[in-house]
Design a protein around this ligand. Structure first.
Ligand code: NOJ
Length: 765
């Protein structure tokens, strides 16, 4: 019987395509010979033009196109530091420049490339527009908490418009690194711990930036997107940025790769390599991921850019001997453009002559660069209209950012209905280091934007939302440091007020790149501030502003209400006030588990089972002696000011034939959700799948569907999910790519968090 059950009922390798896009072509290349890495590329609409142009290029000019150099933020053309960039552009030895923006600035540099270089090939300008250019939306992790991809589309559309009008053609976003590491600062830039949720947000954001046709990025309100970081960057050991990743093929394919595949299916124009190693081979020199999977199996015909000095870092990794070796390894592995370091351009010609790089590989890389420039329309219109430059957030953009931020907030606790606050309160104290702070934009903000368009403050917004209230303020403590001398003033303010709002969290600078923390509790003496306010016995609310899951200490038990607001962006103050006073009923859900302590990490919901799963009554099971089971707050969790009930979930059929699945048949899971409370509100209905026994141990749950619905009080709706082969199967450890659905029993869980208990049984036979 067991043998029968192990039979693979649906599998694919070697070119089979399948609904959901999960299956691809395996390939058997393992050797390092450059010729073996050449990728057959389908010819695109610009084929002839590109080939004609390439026919006129010297080898030096070809390598020049593979070079991307950084600009300095504030100095204009002609400044000392930019001379190298201008000279390279003039010589036709530069393909791209990044960290540059502004219609005048980009046009001036472009003019050098177009009018002074031999072939006049335009430059492509890149910039990290991660969650906004002038109009900063909430950080990407917060956006994921909305469980509503339309939120990220709103960000992408506003960002694309603002960036393109400033001469920026290409944003280095979205970041789609799934991670189980809240210590890792870059969790702020992605969509959290789940590949399904991350895939949905990655695809939506790519479409938001690029529009529906990836071959045509000419429009004034579009930019090329970049799927980053390829791949498994979120697996950094210990959450320490840039750290080693050792990952099985199955985990690579089931956990880290799906968002990239989703981005590709959405037409993403470019991909960025990641800083980490993947099972010993740095991602920047990894032919298996960059060429075998990305370019051959998935047929990616766009551009792969290195990360900042990622090629040079092959030397520090102990993988390349010197710069020439780094260039050889990286280019042959599949990187097409080098960011910041200059090993391709410095060593390329010699490597080519020595036969260490194939002409075909060089031409393929150059083709990809030129193709991007054609897609962006740069040969026809290299310049941006100076009078069309957007230099500040529009009222509409601010409105969208405010709605996005409020939609991203997660209500973690609300006892005795402290929230929503009454706008008619006679007095409100607003305390804490972030109460009167504009440092709420989040990580990855363009410095000029931070200066010109800081985040709105909570204190100001509370005053506006409750015009009749006496609003008092005390900082209490700094965001960091041990000084508690200000707590007395905050306590006095809390005592004198009807209700207190305590705004605490992380300064944005301690999340994001190179911002790992070993302790992810509230920094400094902020917990002491909360405890002191709690000791007054008066009602209060804690608002958390942070870039990662936090460990919430003993103060949680003392706080009647906790709102997770993340780093909400430019409209932070108003968005927080919207939720605090109930203009918006919070409906966000956690995109990553909140651990009880750092020692519990990793504590993600989609873990595999041990042979001794947790059992409270049995010591010899998987657990910590000093902690209860599970996280403090699970993935998918979030409360509302209203109440929802779910009916019994239904499955259209309790068994399905493998043959039918293979032909694309699907099942329907449906559930009725009803607002049983007194206010309109949002609920996110979630569907999880568990393959009970498989040839590779499966996660105890995997998210396979989510839907955010809005319901008026007393109203109900039926949420329907489609389940197909792509949802029931998994990638095996076959390095050539093998996706399989195995026969047997599956559990389906439907509910409002990853702790959902309503269960259905499904048999695949
Ligand atoms: C390094 C980061 O890892 C990457 O995400 C970013 O796009 C580049 N720097 C360029 O700023």
């Amino acid at each position: 019987m067991q043998g029968m059950r192990r039979r693979t009922l649906l599998s694919a390798a070697g070119g089979t395509a399948m609904a959901g896009g999960l299956l691809g072509v395996g390939n058997a290349q393992a050797a390092a010979a450059p010729a073996a890495r050449s990728v057959p590329r389908a010819s695109g609409p610009y084929d002839q033009k590109i080939k004609q142009l390439m026919g006129r290029m010297t080898v030096d000019e070809k390598f020049g196109q593979l070079q991307q150099l950084p600009w300095t933020w504030d100095t204009g053309p002609g400044g000392g530091e930019t001379k190298a960039v201008e000279d390279a552009a003039r010589k036709g030895m530069l393909g791209s420049v990044f960290s540059i923006f502004g219609a005048k600035t980009t046009n001036a540099l472009q003019k050098i490339a177009v009018e002074e270089s031999r072939l006049g090939i335009p430059l492509v300008f890149g910039l990290d527009v991660i969650h906004g250019m002038w109009t900063n939306f909430p950080i990407p992790l917060a956006q994921a908490a909305s469980f509503d991809p339309a939120v990220t589309v709103a960000d992408a559309e506003v960002s694309a418009k603002e960036a393109r009008s400033n001469g920026v053609h290409w944003t280095f976003a979205p970041m789609m690194d799934v991670t189980h590491e809240p210590r890792w600062g870059r969790i702020a830039e992605g969509s959290g711990e789940d590949p399904y949720l991350t895939s949905a947000f990655a695809a939506a954001k790519v479409r938001g930036y690029q529009g529906e046709d990836p071959k045509d990025l000419k429009a004034k309100d579009r930019v090329a997107a970049c799927a980053k970081h390829f791949v498994a960057y979120g697996g950094a050991e210990g959450g320490r940025d840039y750290n080693t990743v050792d990952v099985s093929e199955s985990r690579l394919r089931n956990l880290y790769l799906p968002p990239f595949k989703a981005a590709l299916d959405a037409g993403v124009a470019t991909v960025m390599a990641s800083f980490n190693t993947i099972s010993g081979v740095p991602a920047h020199a990894n032919p298996h991921t960059l060429t075998d999977i990305l370019k051959k199996e998935w047929g990616f015909d766009g551009l792969v850019v290195s990360d900042f000095t990622g090629v040079k870092e092959l030397i520090a990794h102990g993988f390349a001997e010197d710069g020439a070796d780094a260039a050889r390894l990286s280019l042959n592995a599949g990187v097409d453009m080098e960011m910041t370091s200059t090993h391709f351009v410095e060593n390329g010609k010699k490597l080519l002559r020595a036969g260490k790089i194939e002409q075909q590989r060089l031409d393929d890389a150059v083709y990809r660069v030129l193709q991007l420039k054609y897609q962006l329309g740069l040969f026809d219109q290299p310049y941006v209209e100076e009078k069309g430059e957007i230099t500040e957030p529009s009222a509409d953009a601010r409105k969208a950012a405010r709605a996005a931020a409020a939609r991203s907030m997660v209500l973690l606790k609300n006892e005795k209905s402290v929230l929503p606050l009454s706008a008619k309160a006679s007095s409100i104290a607003v305390v804490g280091p972030f109460a009167d702070s504009a440092d709420l934009l989040g990580t990855w903000v363009i410095p000029a934007s931070e200066k010109k368009f800081p985040a709105g403050k909570v204190l100001d917004a509370v005053k506006k939302a409750a015009p009749g209230a006496k609003v008092t303020y005390a900082k209490g403590v700094d965001a960091a440091g041990k000084d508690t001398s200000g707590i007395g003033e905050a306590v006095a303010a809390a005592k004198a007020a009807e209700v207190t709002v305590v705004v605490v969290g992380e300064p944005p600078a301690i999340s994001g790149e190179a911002a790992a923390r070993s302790d992810i509790s509230l920094p400094g003496a902020q917990e002491k501030l909360i405890e002191a306010v709690a000791a007054t016995g008066k009602p209060f609310v804690v608002v958390l502003v942070n870039g990662r899951p936090l460990t919430v200490g003993d103060w949680l038990a003392q706080a009647p209400a906790v709102l997770e607001a993340w780093h909400p962006g430019i409209e932070a103050g108003h968005a927080i006030a919207d939720v605090l006073f109930g203009a918006v009923n919070p409906g966000g859900k956690l995109p990553a588990s909140f651990p009880r302590t750092v020692g519990q990490i990793p504590i993600h919901y989609n873990h595999e089972s041990t042979g001794r799963p947790y059992d409270a009554d049995n010591k010899y099971t998987s657990k910590y002696l000093d902690l209860p089971d599970g996280p403090q707050f699970p993935f998918g969790f979030g409360l509302s000011y209203t109440d929802f009930t779910l009916g019994d979930p239904k499955l259209s059929r309790s068994s399905v034939a493998a043959d039918a699945l293979r032909k694309g048949d699907t099942l329907e899971v449906s559930v009725e959700v009803r607002n049983t409370g007194k206010r309109a509100g949002d609920e996110v209905v979630q569907l999880y799948v568990h393959d009970r026994a498989a040839s590779l141990t499966q996660p105890v749950r995997r998210l396979r569907g989510f839907r955010r619905v809005t319901l008026a009080p007393g109203k109900h709706t039926t949420v329907r999910f489609r389940l197909g082969a792509a949802d029931l199967g998994f990638w095996t450890n076959d390095s050539h790519g093998h996706f399989t659905v195995e026969a047997g029993a599956f559990d389906l869980y439907v509910g409002t968090s990853s702790a959902a208990t309503a269960k259905l049984g499904l048999t695949v036979d």
